[in-house]
Design a protein around this ligand. Structure first.
Ligand SMILES: Cc1cc2nc3c(=O)[nH]c(=O)nc-3n(C[C@H](O)[C@H](O)[C@H](O)COP(=O)(O)O)c2cc1C
Length: 337
């Protein structure tokens, strides 16, 4: 008889279940505490900018916001004033601390110069202190202005039947759509392909809510914080969820996010294959917004929301953010023979 059975035989069944429950809470608390402490120590949300990676992450997010602004269907001159200001400050802090700068910093500067070139090009006067910071930065890094990509519908989908390398390189987040609706049939075909994603023990906890109704779509997107300037053009919004009831132990606490991320990636490829423009949208929502979205779409409590995807028909000509990637050497670590 093992220890568990000895204890079980000694105490009343009801008390045993009670202690079992207490123990489960203890194990759960410790597991989440383990994750939380790592997040608190290393993410840029608490102790800010004390490492190169934290600064780099912030700078990439900021230059990407500017890239997005440049590519918006209706570009607004003077857009992102606060973001470009912060980006300039963060680049200066970075360069003072880390003179052997990362490639992404060079791109950040290139995006800043593209922002400046676009505004100068139409005679829009930027604030003097912004101009001064830009000149300072130019003295530190010699970079040409970046160029966001202009594509055509035909070119964008031309690699549908190509080899995987070409197909993969041809997919990009689209933030410009026509008013022509996306056929439900094509969305269903895309979801069908996304089912080929691997999932833990083939448990397939993913689900997709397809929102085409105009009013509901607008209400859903109002709860999401990354679709300003283009979300209103999406004619379909997808919500990817994962069913927590499929997971077996506390050690699987993050599996839903992994399964959901993999499913969503396959769905993005499938949408691209079916000639539907798509942009993944984060669901880093406040508690209240999470509750509101659940109510709106009747999403049960046992499902977690992974992300939203804005979908639509792609215009004949449109812009794509350049979003350059890190080098392979930077993201691999080899353990040889
Ligand atoms: C989890 C996740 C959340 C994202 N959230 C947003 C978002 O809220 N708004 C947006 O415009 N793009 C969003 N994106 C798109 C990224 O900005 C985009 O994937 C990245 O810049 C790389 O560009 P690409 O998709 O064109 O290759 C998100 C992407 C992912 C994977």
């Amino acid at each position: 008889m093992n220890l568990k059975n000895v204890v079980k035989s000694l105490i009343n069944k009801r008390y045993f279940r009670f202690f079992q429950k207490i123990n489960m809470y203890r194990v759960t608390y410790n597991a989440f505490r383990y994750d939380a402490l790592r997040y608190i120590s290393h993410s840029n949300s608490f102790l800010k900018f004390d490492t190169e990676d934290k600064l780099l992450g912030q700078i990439i997010a900021e230059y990407h916001a500017i890239e997005k602004g440049i590519c918006m269907p209706q570009r607004r001159m003077g857009f992102g004033k606060q973001v470009i200001n912060n980006l300039l400050d963060h680049c200066m802090i970075y360069l003072n601390r880390y003179p052997l700068y990362h490639d992404q910093i060079k791109h950040a500067v290139a995006v800043i110069l593209e922002y400046q070139r676009i505004h100068h090009g139409v005679g829009f006067k930027l604030d003097d202190d912004l101009e001064e910071k830009m000149s300072q930065l130019k003295r530190q890094i010699n970079s040409a202005p970046a160029r966001q990509v202009t594509s055509t519908k035909e070119a964008f989908f031309s690699e549908r039947y190509s080899s995987f390398d070409k197909f993969s390189e041809s997919r990009h987040s689209v933030r410009n759509f026509t008013s022509e609706p996306v056929s439900l049939e094509k969305i269903k075909q895309s979801v069908s392909l996304a089912r080929n994603s691997p999932s833990s023990c083939n448990r397939q906890p993913s689900k997709v809510y397809i929102v085409q109704n105009e009013q509901l779509r607008r209400q859903v997107l109002e709860l999401q914080n990354g679709n300003r300037g283009f979300g209103h053009l999406a004619t379909t919004v997808l919500v990817v969820t994962e069913n927590l009831s499929y997971f077996l132990s506390i050690n699987e606490r993050n599996e839903a996010y992994i399964n959901g991320g993999m499913f969503a990636m396959n769905l993005l490829y499938a949408l691209h294959f079916n000639e539907i423009g798509a942009c993944p949208l984060n669901w880093c929502a406040e508690k209240q917004n999470d509750i509101s979205l659940r109510k709106l779409l009747d999403i049960p409590d046992n499902e977690i929301i992974i992300m939203l995807i804005a979908c639509g028909q792609v215009p004949d000509t449109f812009m794509l953010a350049s979003s350059p990637r890190k080098s392979v050497d930077e993201i691999i670590r080899i353990y040889g023979e």
